[in-house]
Design a protein around this ligand. Structure first.
Ligand code: PRX
Length: 658
């Protein structure tokens, strides 16, 4: 963000007070902040009491060996029991848990909590019959179909940690995750529907299993849901159809209680090196905070609300705010398989109107693209059921916030701008819809029970009106426990920078305004945020350098009006590759697609003769960002060779738009 934008943000003086009725009946009121500050552990213990524990904890927090936390020590619970069975036992078996909406128009299924209990139990029995036991890792690579949720819950029911890999990732990316996680079983489908056509998934699983096996890890079984009916290659020794083993399994399964710190899932996310990090979340603390924040931030009334989060279950938002938080709270929700604009651009608004959605949670990048299409499309649909809107994944610019509130929310709905990360597991900084007078563009303040600060390089809190680095100053229940198999990397990445203070370094820059409210500005490390998807510059650079024509590559995230940031790559070709040929940009872009996935595809690839480096050989990305954003190139005095920027600016700028 430029200084100009920053200063505009700080002069943003629009305020939106909570609607009086909502404020009066709010689940969480203003006193929660003080109560939590006075007794933080007591506050989280009360939040944990909202769940059903088979055995109560002896100690709320064990922080004796930082940064390795244990929450609700000695407690035992079952996540699937909390998300499903207990609602049936409480007499809500007939409540719809999931209104599933397939992409093909008319393809729908409503699943009650009782049906969900049967489906999850059957899937649990089927996984056991495939040899999955407590502690055995399971990988899930599926479209947005109910079976994906059944599988996640079935894993938690039997204590098998899962990793869900986003269906848009390539076979290479899936293979390296299967290998790192040592998945015993992979659950997938023949394909899913995207933009009106069946899009295959099983072939990528086959290739990924081959990649994992060449790296020394073999998968025992691949469980396949038939969704599209596409032809699939079949390996009789590993592959089994869902309809053969799950449909035939018993719907009776007694959940076993697991330790509060039992591994629940690993979510791979991009870091500042080429290798994705497996973020480990455990059972009791994660479920406590996912469920509590979902109830708190969306002022959830499970008896009457219809909730819809448009994230994919392959991301942390899908885990915490489609599967675990909402189901633990027993709400009715919408699950939609497809793209927002199929078969027409009003599809989302039609889903809201048809299902009378009351709470809607999406990403700024989607809001911006709807804004571009104009208000006429949403205006055609009756969305008067909506009462709260949420935003997640990247900074929401004030104009998009105001448009969202006005056009989608009819000026009635508070907008909650929720800041959190894969690592935090649950929402950390957000307005409360019944308490906070929202400022467009600001995530406002840490939630009750959470402590955050904006600090200088040295770890000193910045003054009001200034910017710095966002840190979390005390442990929280749904915090990551480590990086899967790499405790040292966990320490180095998150805790080393402010070791003396014991702060968690989030990797984001933020401003504290004159009122002390927080404005999260985006990443300060080599991580980009493209359409709310987290990508690492190094990971894309490694993908580029693995192409035979490439000698060296530098990737930067450039500001983009639609996607927030966009990937721009600067590439030096090997001498023997000459000018690379006329299709070089497309060739390289396709290569990144196969190595990582379509989301990592560069917007632009520039073939350059040199890269700007300091005397110590560090690439000066700031200068490359200037070029990518078509700005005048900044201070070049620390460059080893100052003529390089002229060469680059004069270089060939090659667009890679499809
Ligand atoms: O840069 C912040 C941005 O997304 C990053 C976390 O990405 P990920 O782990 O993929 O999780 C996304 C869903 C929680 C953060 O470091 N981010 C997330 N929410 C916001 C945000 N930036 C500004 N405002 C937000 N509300």
């Amino acid at each position: 963000m430029t200084e100009q934008t920053l200063s505009n943000l700080l002069h943003e003086n629009r305020r939106f007070e909570p609607p009086a009725e909502l404020a009066a009946a709010a689940n969480v009121k203003a006193d929660a902040y003080d109560a939590a500050a006075t007794d933080r552990e007591g506050f989280w213990a009360a939040a944990a009491e909202r769940l059903s524990w088979a055995k109560k904890w002896d100690r709320v927090l064990d922080w004796d060996n930082p940064p390795f936390a244990k929450w609700f020590v000695g407690g035992q619970l079952n996540v699937a029991y909390n998300c499903v069975d207990r609602h049936v036992e409480a007499g809500h078996g007939d409540r719809v848990a999931i209104h599933w909406v397939g992409e093909p128009v008319g393809d729908k299924r409503d699943i009650t909590y009782r049906e969900l209990q049967d489906e999850v139990s059957k899937a649990a029995n089927a996984l056991i019959s495939l040899g999955v036991g407590t502690g055995d890792p399971v990988a899930i690579y599926m479209p947005m179909i109910p079976e994906a949720i059944f599988t996640m819950l079935a894993c938690t029911r039997i204590g098998a940690p899962h990793t869900v890999v986003f269906g848009g990732f390539s076979a290479e990316a899936l293979g390296s995750r299967i290998e790192d996680f040592k998945a015993k079983v992979v659950v997938t489908s023949d394909g899913g529907y995207r933009r009106g056509a069946p899009s295959p998934l099983k072939p990528a699983v086959d290739e990924a299993c081959g990649i994992a096996s060449r790296a020394g890890h073999s998968v025992d079984k691949v469980l396949v849901v038939r969704r599209t009916g596409q032809d699939v290659a079949w390996n009789d020794s590993t592959d089994v159809w869902w309809h053969d083993v799950v449909d035939a399994a018993s719907s009776e399964h007694t959940p076993e209680a697991f330790d509060s710190e039992h591994p629940l899932f690993v979510m791979y996310t991009s870091g500042t090196t080429g290798k994705p990090k497996g973020i480990l979340h455990t059972t009791g603390g994660y479920l406590t905070q996912a469920a509590y924040t979902h109830w708190e931030v969306f002022d959830l009334k499970p008896e009457t609300d219809v909730y819809w989060c448009t994230a994919d279950i392959g991301w942390i938002t899908g885990h915490s705010y489609i599967v675990y938080g909402p189901l633990a709270n027993g709400v009715t929700q919408v699950l939609y398989e497809g793209t927002p604009d199929f078969p027409e651009r009003g599809r989302w608004w039609q889903v809201i109107a048809e299902n009378k959605v009351t709470i809607f949670y999406t990403a700024p990048t989607a809001i911006r693209s709807f804004m571009k299409q104009g208000h006429e499309i949403p205006d055609k649909h009756d969305m008067s059921s909506l009462r709260i809107l949420g935003s997640v994944g990247e900074p929401i610019n004030p104009e998009a916030y105001v448009w969202y509130r006005h056009v989608i929310g009819g000026d009635r709905t508070p907008v909650v701008d929720t800041w959190w990360q894969t690592e935090t597991g649950a929402i950390m900084i957000s307005p409360l819809p019944g308490v906070t007078a929202g400022k467009p563009g600001s995530a406002m303040t840490p939630l009750p029970g959470i402590t955050a600060e904006v600090v200088t390089d040295e770890g000193q809190p910045v003054d009001k009106g200034s910017g710095g680095y966002l840190v979390l100053t005390s442990p929280w229940p749904s915090m990551l426990r480590t990086i899967w198999g790499d405790d040292q990397r966990y320490i180095d990445t998150y805790w080393a920078r402010y070791r003396d203070q014991g702060y968690y370094f989030a990797g984001d820059g933020a401003k504290k305004d004159e009122d002390g409210d927080l404005w999260v500005l985006g990443r300060v490390d080599d991580v980009m945020n493209v359409s709310g998807h987290r990508l690492s510059t190094t990971e894309i650079e490694s993908a580029l350098v693995s192409h035979p024509k490439v000698a060296e590559a530098a990737v930067v995230g450039a500001n983009d009006p639609d996607t927030g940031q966009a990937v721009v790559a600067f590439v030096i070709l090997r001498e023997e590759a000459g000018d690379g040929g006329e299709n070089i940009a497309k060739e390289l872009s396709d290569h990144v697609r196969t190595q990582i996935g379509p989301i990592a595809k560069p917007r632009q690839i520039m073939i350059v003769p040199e890269l700007p480096k300091t005397r110590s050989g560090k690439i000066m990305r700031r200068l490359l960002r200037d070029v990518a954003e078509k700005r005048e190139v900044g201070d070049t005095t620390t460059l080893a060779d100052q003529s390089i920027m002229d060469l680059i600016s004069a270089g060939q700028a090659t667009s890679t738009e499809d």
